[in-house]
Write a protein that binds this ligand. Structure first.
Ligand code: MG
Length: 454
């Protein structure tokens, strides 16, 4: 059977890998599976209105009524689905991908992306030609909704807003021409912040920077932080579910470190709590959680897996190294604006510069690499690798993760989409991280060679 869903919904280059016909059939298949009453939203991409109309048609054709929530961040749609007890939601978005891409994320009735099993059910219907269509007199209806005010209020309601207001923080925001522009600046202003903005006009061509915020493309934000004297800078990805933080000195901190700050504060307030994160996350999460008396719940890589695990096990905090923070009391899904509010609250309580708060976290050196491997050999290569590795602890939940006695680790993980293994290594010392990366790279290469030429 064919595959539609990737790590995070359905994605492809618009009018090439992904067509209006496909979206119509996908929406019909999803609607037939989820049931009547589906929220439908979109990001600011140039092809999103086209695909949204296709999704409307698909949903109506199977008798689903559509709650059209317009253009908004993905988490705002997710929140709407849950708040109104709908059967599900569809978001037309390609998240942080380049502008030529688009796609669809499918949410269940709890507002969280559907599970891998549910994705396969929808794929089954899709690949058999689509679901049964409803009779002419049972076609669904479309109603327009205005979901943003209630969403912003809910985010603000999860933090001690008076404390944040009294701190009168200065905040520089860079939505990167994505839809976080529709919520993040208002939320910061409502929380009493003095807000400076950059790339705040929604533009699906992403003219200013890649829609994935990374340390190498946030120099404009760093400059704005410094020139405006802001206490913090925040950048968002294209659909507003991920956020990356910049301290008052203009230094960009990767997502695992902002997640660690949130986890530290959360454990202060919730003794012994569980925190969910994928096996690819930095050791800094493990350190902070165990220091705070909590427990790490490791999951496979992919935000959907983390979110679903949170729902299943009642875990109230989750996060990924790429800047996706999931705050359960609000929504067990990534939300860039919620992360913004949580970090502002921490800064207001601490009354100290963000660089100092980040500086107190344990420091690790990280390195990444990749090794080519044909798809058909990946599984055998992983099995053979497990036999050969030498480490204090071996975890095989997603690829092979090795922990060494000195706290260093490496993860060797097959890419779901490319014919490669991705290698992530981390250690306190630069030489050591290089050593374990190179040693294990040579090992996996020799394993793959021996499978190619037995
Ligand atoms: Mg995203």
């Amino acid at each position: 059977m064919g595959k539609l869903f990737g790590t995070n919904g359905v994605r492809g280059v618009a009018n090439n890998e992904l067509t209006v016909e496909m979206i119509t059939r996908l929406a019909a298949s999803a609607g037939a599976f989820l049931g009547n009453g589906i929220a439908l939203g979109m990001d600011g991409r140039t092809t999103s209105p086209m695909f949204k109309r296709a999704a409307v048609s698909g949903l109506l054709s199977v008798g689903c009524s559509v709650y059209d929530v317009g253009m908004l961040p993905t988490p705002a749609l997710q929140f709407y689905v849950r708040r109104h007890g709908l059967n599900g939601g569809l978001m037309v978005t390609a998240s942080h991908n380049p502008p030529e891409f688009n796609g669809v994320k499918v949410m269940a009735c709890d507002g969280v992306e559907i599970s891998r099993e549910q994705e396969s059910e929808i794929e089954k219907t899709y690949f058999k030609g689509g679901p049964e269509l409803c009779p002419w007199n049972r076609i669904g209806r479309v109603r327009k909704e205005e979901p943003l005010e209630a969403y912003k209020e809910a985010v603000i309601g999860h933090v001690k807003s008076e404390v944040v207001k009294n701190a009168r923080l200065k905040v520089a925001l860079d939505p990167g021409n994505g839809v976080a522009a529709l919520t993040a600046p208002d939320i910061a202003r409502e929380l009493g912040c003095n807000v400076f903005t950059l790339n705040v006009n929604v533009d699906g061509r992403f003219p200013s920077r890649d829609s994935e915020p990374r340390p190498d493309n946030l120099s404009d934000l760093s400059s704005l932080v410094k020139s405006s004297g802001a206490d913090v800078g925040v950048a968002f990805d294209g659909d507003g579910d991920r956020s990356i933080f910049v301290d008052e000195k203009g230094e960009v901190h990767w997502g695992d470190r902002s997640f660690a700050l949130v986890a530290k504060e959360y454990l202060r307030e919730h003794e012994g709590a569980k925190v969910a994160t994928p096996v690819s996350s930095s050791r800094v999460i493990e350190d902070i959680v165990s220091e705070g008396g909590g427990e790490v719940v490791w999951t496979m890589v992919g935000s959907v897996v983390v979110s679903r695990r949170m729902v299943d096990d009642g875990v109230m905090l989750g996060g990924e190294e790429n800047g996706g923070i999931m705050y359960g009391p609000h929504l067990e899904a990534r939300d860039g604006s919620m992360a913004l509010a949580l970090i502002l609250e921490i800064m207001a309580k601490e009354e100290r510069p963000l660089s100092e708060l980040f500086g107190e976290l344990p420091q690790y050196e990280q390195m990444k690499d990749r090794v080519s491997c044909p798809h058909e050999l990946k599984e055998d290569a992983l099995n053979a690798l497990q036999e050969k590795v030498d480490a204090a602890r071996v975890e095989t939940m997603d690829g092979v993760k090795l922990w060494y006695d000195d706290g260093s680790w490496i993860l060797i993980r097959p890419s779901g989409t490319e014919p490669i293994f991705r290698l992530y290594a981390e250690s306190k010392k630069k030489e050591r991280v290089k050593e374990i990366l190179e040693g294990n790279k040579a090992l996996i290469e020799s394993v793959i060679e021996s499978l190619k030429y037995p």
